[in-house]
Ligand binder design. Structure first.
Ligand SMILES: Cc1cc2nc3c(=O)[nH]c(=O)nc-3n(C[C@H](O)[C@H](O)[C@H](O)COP(=O)(O)OP(=O)(O)OC[C@H]3O[C@@H](n4cnc5c(N)ncnc54)[C@H](O)[C@@H]3O)c2cc1C
Length: 438
């Protein structure tokens, strides 16, 4: 029997929409290019050599995230606060860090007085000119680029003001066993409700007219339904014609594509390095600088941000490069990226890359900006983002619908919560349209 609706993408948005639509009695088929569900939720396990589930994509609950917590609770998955000491390394010297951004109070009070939105870079040049603010400008830029994966020349100062005023993001626990449990829970529910997931099905063309959609996949299969929900990442919407990831629509939706271009979507490189033991814990013949109980580490190394799995005992260090710094590394091979990560860690721990390499048990480096099915890691707010998100998520002729993290407006930009919320909203809108006649 043909479906009532096709959903492209089995990430958090697509899975939740599929579950809700199937539970409401719609016949749902999800088409997913990857060989696994979850999208940017990607938990690696023993098959990748890691001793515990290891997150290559989403890892933390950033803030209250009510829908995420509700689902985790429903699936019996607890979450645990991060723990450990935060360090800062500057010019080779490690010390305990007082705050992520020391000048935050001054920055925030100036942002509060801003009456017109502008990109962060313009704000910093205008309100904090001169050599005496060089450190503030550098730190604020690094914070926005590192945490939000944003380009300081495009990210909205108003949005950062909201974010930095605190939406609870300082409390960032991890789901026990990783986000994979959330994906498994949604999968169980949507399958029980009769939805079909077709993995390894990369959509290469969408042809549509009101009430009728024909979708073609890379391997020549054809799918038809009266309605379609697109949950592909913003990077896919932004991909230029002819480039990997580009998804053609006939007729095209130029207003939607222009809105996507006006939004921000930043790249991230996540370096997952598991060692035989937590070599950073104490000084030894080979480790010159120890960081006992390391939780997070911010530094002036080429790979500047690192964190452990505290309070878990897994000897994993995760390195993080985001925003323009990640974009500059898009051409680097995995082996060049590993070399850079080990060089950075060797500098931070006052050891040699050879020593680190010798004790490396498993590693994976995820360069999300070069993944053709994501073309970035997550979105960040540009000027007038809410308007552009509304345009991109506007339904077309009760036939085409759009969801996904990139069209979310609210306090949880760039998160799993954002994706889930848009999936639920799209399902509600679709259910307001008349059910197709069987
Ligand atoms: C490195 C990294 C770290 C992150 N950290 C966190 C975190 O700590 N906490 C948090 O809350 N969020 C985090 N996020 C963000 C979070 O992972 C995403 O916001 C969320 O998972 C996006 O879900 P989605 O359904 O919108 O998109 P996706 O998960 O990207 O799903 C879209 C799906 O569409 C598929 N697709 C694309 N093109 C096609 C095509 N042509 N045909 C068929 N299928 C296609 C993709 O394969 C993908 O599975 C992180 C993301 C990354 C990359």
């Amino acid at each position: 029997m043909s479906p009532d609706i096709l959903i492209i993408g089995a990430g958090a948005a697509g899975l939740l929409a599929a579950r809700n639509l199937a539970q409401a009695g719609r016949r749902v088929t999800i088409l997913e290019a990857r060989p696994r569900p979850g999208g940017r939720i990607y938990s690696l396990g023993p098959e990748a050599g890691f001793s515990a589930p290891t997150e290559a994509g989403a890892e933390f609950l950033h803030g209250d995230v009510p829908l995420t917590r509700e689902l985790l609770q429903a699936y019996g998955i607890p979450w645990h606060d991060t723990a450990g000491t935060t360090y800062e390394v500057s010019q080779g010297h490690a010390r305990k860090a007082e705050a992520f951004l020391e000048e935050m109070p001054l920055l925030l009070s100036t942002l509060q007085q801003l009456s017109n939105d502008m990109p962060l870079a313009n704000f910093l040049t205008e309100y904090f000119p001169g050599a005496e603010y060089a450190a503030l400008r550098r730190q604020a830029t690094a914070f926005a680029e590192g945490y939000d994966a944003a380009d300081a020349r495009r990210v909205s100062a108003f949005a950062l003001r909201e974010e930095w005023s605190g939406n609870g993001a300082e409390d960032s626990p991890r789901p026990e066993g990783g986000y994979a449990g959330l994906v498994q829970g949604l999968m169980r529910e949507l399958e029980a409700a009769g939805a079909h997931l077709m993995l390894g099905t990369q959509v290469t063309l969408i042809e549509w007219q009101p009430g009728q959609v024909t979708v073609r996949s890379q391997d020549g299969r054809v799918f038809q339904a009266p309605q379609l929900l697109l949950t592909v990442p913003l990077g896919v919407w932004q991909a230029p014609e002819g480039r990997p990831g580009y998804l053609p629509l006939h007729p095209d939706l130029p207003g939607h594509r222009a809105a996507a271009q006006a939004l921000g979507f930043g790249p991230v490189i996540k370096y997952l390095l598991e060692f035989e033991e937590p070599i950073w814990e104490q000084v030894s013949a080979d480790i010159g600088q120890a960081m006992p109980e390391l939780g997070f580490l911010f530094s002036d190394a080429a790979v500047p941000t690192w964190w452990s799995q505290q309070p878990s005992s897994q000897s994993l260090l995760t390195g993080w490069v985001a925003g323009p710094a990640a974009a500059h590394r898009q051409h680097l091979t995995p082996s060049e990226l590993l070399t850079e990560a080990l060089d950075s860690l060797a500098y931070l721990l006052q050891t040699t890359p050879a020593y680190l390499r010798q004790h490396l048990q498993a590693h994976q480096i995820l360069n999300w900006g070069t993944d053709p099915l994501a073309l970035g890691a997550y979105s960040y707010p540009t000027i007038c983002a809410a308007e552009f998100r509304a345009t991109l998520s506007a339904p077309v002729a009760d036939t085409l619908f759009v969801a996904g993290e990139g069209v979310y407006s609210g306090p949880y930009t760039g998160t799993v919560e954002a994706a889930l919320v848009t999936g639920a909203a799209a399902a509600r809108r679709i259910l307001q349209t008349p059910a197709p006649i069987s």
